[in-house]
Design a protein around this ligand. Sequence first.
Ligand SMILES: *Cc1c(COP(=O)(O)O)cnc(C)c1O
Length: 406
Amino acid sequence: MADLSAPPVPSDHIMGVYARTPLAFERGEGARLYTTDGDVYLDCMAGIAVTALGHSHPKLVQAVKDQADKLWHTSNIFTIPNQEKLATKLTDATFADVVFFTNSGTEAIECAIKTARKYHWAKGQPERIDIIGFDGSFHGRTLAAVNASGNASYLEGFGPPMPGFVHLPYGDHEALKAAIGPTTAAILIEPVQGEGGARALPDVCMRGLRQLCDEHGILLIYDEIQCGLGRTGKLFAYEWADAAPDIMAVAKALGGGFPVGACLATAEAARGMTPGSHGSTYGGNPLAMAVGLASLEELVKPELMDHVREVAGYFNQQLTGLKDRFPDVVLDIRGKGLLIGVKLATPNREFMQHARDEHLLIAGGGDNCVRLLPPLTLTLDEAREAVGMLERACETAQARLKASAT
Ligand SMILES: *Cc1c(COP(=O)(O)O)cnc(C)c1O
């Protein structure tokens, strides 16, 4: 078994912002990753909900190859035909009328925040700048995004908190009503929290948020960077509640591993975003758009959503069984679809190592959770295999508990 007390392997020339696992992969196929040492791992984290169609999906590989032969990059000062095509597909499939393409999730959030403030500015209410966010949220690592999430450990040392961001306890309706005032611009929320520990906002709360925003003339922004694009068994998580936002950030699965993000908005919400007000050198470039188109074409297939719900149902049933059998290890199963959180009684970092010892890759999460974020294409057989590995990881965690108690 791996030595849990071993420090992460330091690198001389990589900025030390990650405590990296000493595991390197050279090849992937579907839900399998192959290390440089020739070991095989079952991938139930998918690069944190990114490789939603699995590794080396033939259609995505082909899209990159074909586009790489033709044209990589021009500039957003020119028309990019595939950008218009992908924007049309995204708006056809959602509440939105317009799209701004980015290279990452945090840039999509950045665009969402700017769009919301500019909306009020364009309406003659420039004082409306406050973005209301919630405990346990994660919106990325730009300064605006860390200020929006309010997570103290991501803010520490980076200067004073920025004005214009308000943080509330998750699920406190009264606090939310009290916080809305004449300087409120928007509410920003993940319909299913990812990093925070796979907490799904109840449908009735989502509809409540929509109503509250309408009553006060403020905008509703969803961060569906992790929970969107099929992860919950619908193309977007908000569809479960039938409560559409005004603005939405997406990324992760959109490029299936190629960096593509997008900020979607209604025409009304985007009214302030006029020529010159925002931009990106790379965002929406021909290479990214070719992959985005190929990826979305797969993700919108109804049979894929049926599959996600079937595999998610299986996981939910099996993991609930593990919770019953290992009550000293597993405290709760949460999340939605294939964004699954397992809240643990034992340290989640240790449990991730136990899973890796079984050659299963899972992600960490807040609130001492581990997250299962498998490719949406994970087969039922692979899900069964993953459950077996998790069961053995639970046995290891249980045995360690017993050993430390004696
Ligand atoms: C990953 C993530 C982000 C940040 O995306 P990056 O591509 O890392 O910038 C923002 N919000 C949520 C919910 C995420 O899961």
